[in-house]
Write a protein that binds this ligand. Sequence first.
Ligand code: IMP
Length: 423
Amino acid sequence: MPTTAILGLQWGDEGKGKLVDSISAQQDFCVRFQGGGNAGHTVYPEGGKIVLHHLPTGVLHKDCINVMAQGMVVDPLRLIDEIAEVEGRGFKLDGRLFISDRCSITIPLHLTLDVDREAGEKANQIGTTKRGIGPTYADRYDRVGVRAADLLDETSLREALQRAVNVRACQTDGNAPGVDDMLKPLLDVGRKLKGYITDTSLLLAESMKEDKHILFEGAQGAMLDVSQGTYPYVTSSHTTAAGIPSGVGLALMVDKLIGVTKAYCTRVGEGPFPTELNDDIGAKLREAGGEFGATTGRPRRCGWIDLFALRYVCRTSGITHLAITKLDVLSGFEKIKVGVGYEGYDAPGMPADIRRFSALKPKYESLPGWKEDIGSVRDAADLPANARTYLRYLEDFVGVPIGIVSVGPAREASFETHGAPKD
Ligand code: IMP
């Protein structure tokens, strides 16, 4: 298929990075279309672990061209360090990385705004990654944002910074950096990034005409989408498939949409999580799954998988294939529960009102667990019978075929399957 997307279906951290890493080996392009340095895609190329924040995961494959498209927000001072780290590990990016001239730029003022808000009244806290994501998108939509193209011209940059300061500085505690504090470092970094900044929408349109294989790499997850997710406890971008066309600047339909879900569920930050487990089982999942944030190191909240929510987001994103990650983490549980709905709730979708969402009490189905360590399994048919039953139940409930199963962090621990294994 010429165009494929890999999208998170929960609240992020589903293990997308690892799948993008294996799939991008066969792709001509790997494209990030939303979010920014809030993402933390952990991959294990030969020679150790790398956590990518801004850069598309295809940077780790030498024949893959990488695009940071216009829907992204970019903190150039952090990006430059990330580029240096990846190049230092032997993955040269010259001619292989393109940044849209329309990306929004996170400036130090945005970091101040994000940190101040998170330190303020509890009722206003989202539990953000403090990477300035919300304020950067807010400035984009308020039309006072700095864009990547502005980094390349001193007059444009000064004017753009001045607009942002005029509108936003009054929202800080007087600790905001001024135009002159921000101008020089941003101009310096603009000089370093110049060779990468271009019209990526044009580049992608031409590549699609040539039938190039293009992979769109989602960050965060559907339940964090700014419109479809648990608003206001969401990120500020469109994380679902609907975000791809505007995020790359092309009215395109993606051929294959792979939705990624863990075999259980996690969340970081504030906001409702109906199947959360504040007990020994939640602690066991955190421990066994190594559930600590890749960007912030925060312990993740853990719980059972919520199939009702999963079915909802598969529908809104038009998911064609499911990828189930971290199935190995469920080994050793006597019973595995799966959320199949909510007490006294009979609507087909998820509530838009956060108070109603927060009041949801899950209804569970209980499935038998398995004891075997499955980390070395490489074919779905070789999974223990109860693990196969679990996958079949999940697939039947959600109504989307399982295409990939992952049982460990290594590249080779993910394998393809044509639907859940039959008995
Ligand atoms: P922001 O994106 O930093 O504004 O944070 C908004 C919400 O999204 C917070 O609950 C974050 O914890 C969450 N979030 C942002 N990026 C990620 C991610 O990559 N994985 C998981 N949660 C994320």
